[in-house]
Design a binder for this molecule. Structure first.
Ligand code: ADP
Length: 425
């Protein structure tokens, strides 16, 4: 809702057309996914709103003049008589951006709901309040002050420090007076860029993790190549060992890049599921066969306890991928001669349980376990050729199926990972 003092004001047709254009721009802005396109539309809306508010302020200042005008041209005014409060209400309530208009005295004369939520004023209303009573943020104050001096301010970064940290990009434009004597007021629009900022920091963290993960094996490869070059090549015994270390590190980099590409594709929505009924017992047997060598090398026994007639609805290749990651972890993080058991339960959702008799996971790690690159023991995971992305891939694939993956664990006893899959609708 837009808050303006109660008074019926008549707007000329041109303003109404502009209002309609603004409404269309807002609608388009809500539909287009591109941030750049949204920013351009937002600027256009901002300009439109500035002109509208200026018209409204002029109408407020000289209502008689406007009434005379409207009488002079009944065709223009008759269908176009709108109450400003209702018109702006309809247009502005759809805006996610906070809108605040102040007069020359820095008192609020108009605002919308988004601005109300942003400032959360103690006397429960924004109108007539001084800007300094609403916020102590000097960036906001100086932007409005500049606008009152006729200077447009854009790209002012504003952060709130309430329970939820929000970040805004503030633009303030002057509302020029007709007699050219400076600005009559200033209009500020607060664009919520919290999500963009958050995505940017996630992206940066991801990039730094990837670089870090790649650098470790790369450094090892370079070091061993250098050792070979500076003489070790002639040493028959060590050159084979060094080459096998180089191969191990190169394949780690390979695995990491594969996992990154895979995760990026899943998260980017570029993976299409081909869900169908799957005979789970047979699929689990296939996964067990593919991991048999690894299990044997670690002395782990894998048991398929899935009922022979169990059927789940999923994308077979993706379910195989999830089970491979979970069972492989069950092998890697198990104790010597341990066990991994797979079974299923059906209910409101189908459950596939992968249980191991490993070391277990300390409770404080469980919440973050499915995050990218999160490991309980980084060195151990690396030693085992892990990328730290396996569980993140399982999580995203489960979500893609409309399900989820959960974990319970008991230290010293083992862990149980559960894939929950919904029934088809
Ligand atoms: P990776 O296995 O490549 O290290 P994952 O994403 O598959 O990466 O697993 C993340 C971390 O979760 C592992 O490094 C390990 O610390 C822990 N983890 C996963 N599965 C198990 C398990 N079955 N038992 C104990 N810890 C596990």
């Amino acid at each position: 809702m837009i808050h303006v003092p109660n008074r019926q004001i008549v707007l000329p047709t041109s303003a109404l057309v502009l209002l309609a254009v603004c409404a269309v721009l807002i609608a388009v802005g809500l539909l287009v996914p591109s941030l750049t396109a949204r920013a351009i539309l937002a600027v256009l809306v901002l300009i439109g709103v500035a002109v509208l508010i200026r018209t409204a302020l002029l109408a407020r200042l000289s209502p008689n003049e406007h009434q005379t005008d409207s009488k002079a041209d009944p065709n223009e005014s008759e269908p176009g008589i709108f109450e400003l409060g209702k018109l702006l209400d309809a247009t502005m309530s759809g805006m996610r951006e906070g809108l605040l208009v102040v007069n020359r005295d820095m008192r609020v004369v108009a605002s919308n709901n988004a601005a109300y939520r942003l400032f959360n004023p103690t006397p429960r209303r924004l109108e007539s309040q001084r800007l300094t009573e609403l916020t102590r943020n000097p960036a906001i104050y100086s932007a409005f002050l500049d606008a009152l001096k006729g200077i447009e301010r854009t790209g002012v970064k504003v952060e709130t420090h309430g329970p939820e940290r929000l970040v805004f990009d503030l633009r303030v434009v002057p509302l020029a007076s007709t007699n050219g004597a400076g600005a009559e007021g200033a209009l500020g629009v607060f664009f919520d860029i919290t999500r963009i900022e958050r995505l940017e920091s996630v992206r940066q963290e991801f990039l730094s993790n990837v670089s870090h993960e790649l650098r470790t094996p790369l450094t090892a490869i370079l070091a061993f190549v250098e050792t070979l070059e500076t003489g070790a090549m002639e040493d028959q015994e060590s050159n084979h060992r060094f080459l096998s270390i180089i191969r191990k590190n190169a394949s780690r980099m390979h695995g990491l890049i594969d996992d990154i590409l895979e995760l990026t594709a899943i998260e980017g929505g570029n993976v299409q599921l081909r869900s169908a009924p799957i005979e789970l017992h047979a699929l689990v047997n296939e996964v067990i066969s593919s991991l048999a060598t690894k299990a044997f090398a670690n002395g782990i026994v894998i048991t398929n306890n899935v009922a022979p007639d169990a059927v789940v609805h999923a994308d077979a290749r993706r379910l195989e991928q999830m089970l491979t990651n979970l069972i492989e972890n069950g092998i890697k993080f198990n104790r010597e001669k341990g066990q991994v058991t797979i079974r299923s339960e059906s209910g409101t959702r189908d459950k596939i349980l992968v249980e191991d008799t490993g070391e277990g996971i300390p409770a404080q790690h469980l919440e973050r376990l499915f995050e990218r690159f999160y490991r309980v023991d980084r060195a151990r995971s690396r030693e085992m050729g892990g990328t730290g992305l396996g569980l993140a891939i399982v999580k995203h694939l489960a979500l893609l199926h409309g399900g989820e993956v959960t974990v319970t664990s008991e230290l010293g006893k083992g862990s149980t990972f559960v894939i929950h899959l919904p029934h088809p609708v």
